[in-house]
Design a protein around this ligand. Structure first.
Ligand code: CAA
Length: 379
């Protein structure tokens, strides 16, 4: 067992840290306040190779391992969880799914610009009445010979307003239940495809989340990913990797908040000494450091299993359920350590606390992860 990062991984970690501190931190409070999508910063993420990290270089990606992705996600999420969810969805749910299951034609047409970050993508599974219960798809894709006719509504779609390429799950044959679902590549601008209003959210306010409406959208058969009926399996397999991304996002939110608390506790004085010299604060920091390290190890383990072509579904759920809880609990305590300062925007920690909550909801709620885990352990 090897616990050392290699030189390439350390280099990626440093590049992500520098980018986050120098280019994401300025303006992050304002983007959160005004729900402003980080357009320039996302363009830079693409230029730096952070939007197609695990994609083969022949398809415009970085050809990196999942451990490097975890490292980069942690550093970016320490500063701006809105930027990191944009990055995570593009990397894990869109590019990776296309690389793994797309045709050569789909890779040439869609994957290359996505992996280079020239355009961004969205993953469209959730619906008004199908969140956790994802097999209950009401969006339909009726087989019309050379194309599918797509009708329905998708909800809470990350990158909804900014993406050009959308991977949409829809029911073709209801009698086959989840085995009758297809995954289709839908382009922005296809006739009948409209964007709903942008959601006003508690956290990750810089990411643009929309509902999407499809009314008789003609999607060519060539845009189906995998065999007929593979759509639900495609979504689940893709989400296994997505959950490593969100676990790493939660890890970054927790470790970013912890680093702020550590620095603040050495500066802030109370009762004649820095608050870091009070045991009440020391024990909070000790608990955080322990739990963050455990969350990081779970992320690395899931990433290692993926890189080594082993089953990582259970490990991804372990990582997500634990890291998202650590993010929530840590950020609440970090606000507490900051006292009144923690409750105002200038100190960053209240934003991290608001951002943490979504990691327990999207890409499979905590309860869905526990379904996956209990089914795996009970058989
Ligand atoms: N990996 C691979 N296959 C999986 C899987 C996984 N993690 N989870 C389920 N499957 C497979 C099952 O093996 C089964 O396959 P077979 O038919 O071949 O046996 C099939 O999928 C159906 O699974 P179940 O019988 O277990 O179905 P279920 O309805 O009882 O439970 C569920 C399914 C696990 C709850 C699933 O619906 C689920 O994961 N729900 C959560 C959906 C989710 O994560 N949504 C996130 C939206 S995307 C998002 O948030 C992106 C964003 O914008 C940030």
């Amino acid at each position: 067992m090897e616990f050392e990062l290699n030189e390439e991984q350390l280099m990626i970690q440093k590049a992500a840290r520098d980018f986050a501190q120098n280019e994401l931190k300025p303006g992050v409070i304002e983007r959160d306040e005004h729900q402003k999508f980080p357009k320039e910063q996302v363009k830079r993420l693409g230029e730096l190779g952070f939007l197609g990290m695990m994609i083969d270089s022949k398809y415009g990606g970085g050809g990196l391992d999942t451990i490097s992705y975890v490292l980069a996600m942690e550093e970016i999420s320490k500063v701006d969880a809105s930027a990191s969810v944009i990055m995570s969805v593009n990397n894990s749910l869109v590019c990776w799914g296309l690389q793994e299951y797309g045709t050569e034609e789909q890779k040439q047409k869609y994957l290359i610009p996505l992996a280079k970050g020239e355009i961004i993508g969205a993953f469209c599974l959730s619906e008004p009445e199908a969140g956790s219960d994802a097999t209950s798809q009401h969006t339909t894709a009726i087989d019309k010979g050379d194309h599918y006719l797509l009708n329905g509504t998708k909800n809470w779609i990350t990158n909804g307003g900014s993406a050009s390429t959308f991977l949409v799950m829809a029911q073709t044959d209801a009698s086959k239940k989840h085995k009758g679902i297809n995954a289709l590549i839908v382009e922005k601008g296809m006739p009948g495809f409209t964007l709903g209003p942008k959601e006003s959210k508690l956290g990750i306010r810089g990411s643009d989340t929309h509902s999407l409406m499809f009314s008789d959208v003609k999607v060519p058969k060539a845009n189906r990913i995998g065999e007929d009926g593979f759509g639900f399996k495609f979504a689940m397999k893709t989400l296994n990797g997505g959950r490593i991304g969100i676990a790493s996002q939660a890890l970054g939110i927790a470790s970013g908040a912890y680093e702020l608390a550590l620095a603040y506790s050495k500066e802030r004085k109370a009762f004649g000494k820095p608050i870091s010299e009070h045991q009440a604060i020391q024990f909070k920091l000790a608990d955080m450091a322990t739990e963050i390290d455990a969350a990081r190890l779970l992320c690395f383990k899931a990433a290692w299993l993926k890189d080594n072509k082993k089953d990582y579904s259970l490990a991804a759920s372990f990582a997500k359920v634990f890291a998202s809880r650590v993010a929530m609990e840590t950020t609440v305590e970090v606000v507490q350590i900051h006292g009144g300062y923690g409750y105002v925007k200038e100190y960053h920690v209240e934003r991290l606390m608001r951002d943490a909550k979504i990691t327990q909801i999207y890409e499979g709620t905590t309860e869905v992860q526990k379904m996956v885990i209990s089914r795996a352990i009970l058989g």
